[in-house]
Ligand binder design. Sequence first.
Ligand code: HEC
Length: 138
Amino acid sequence: MFLLAASCACAQAPSGSAPTGVTMKQLMVDLVYPAANDILLFISRGEPRNESEWAGVRRGAATLAEAGNLLAMRAGTRKGDWTKDAKLLADTGTALYRAALAKDAKALMAMADALDASCTTCHKQYRPDIFPAEGGSK
Ligand code: HEC
């Protein structure tokens, strides 16, 4: 009985922490970066060549759109443009997803710079220590 009561008390996560335990860095490395990379790969090759490649673009784009929403929820105590920057990623992901749904290769190719900018806009402000002077989202 006592043990049961005690185990209930420690089930609470510390306030303000991410409920999943996935850190911001892990979100970037394991979710956001691979999704962006998949899309850029198809763009750099020319264009998606078959249904499976378009599905890859849709997967990446949907991931970026939802990651933008997720980042907006993780504003925490950050000041400045965090929410706006996160929304830019969500909007870019949404536009990419629409292009992929329509299999509009021209629209997709035209969005490479916007995709890069959706990363660097936030990194410039919130990751200045690592941000490469020459730009880019790596
Ligand atoms: C709303 C803000 C925001 C957006 C948008 C964003 N990032 Fe990040 N990113 C960060 C922050 C903050 C860090 C630093 C995380 C840390 O080290 O704690 C980071 C770090 C990274 C890292 C380095 C992780 C490491 O190894 O230290 C990569 C790679 C990365 N982001 C990729 C991307 C890509 C690609 C995009 C765009 C598709 C993107 N990010 C969009 C906020 C953002």
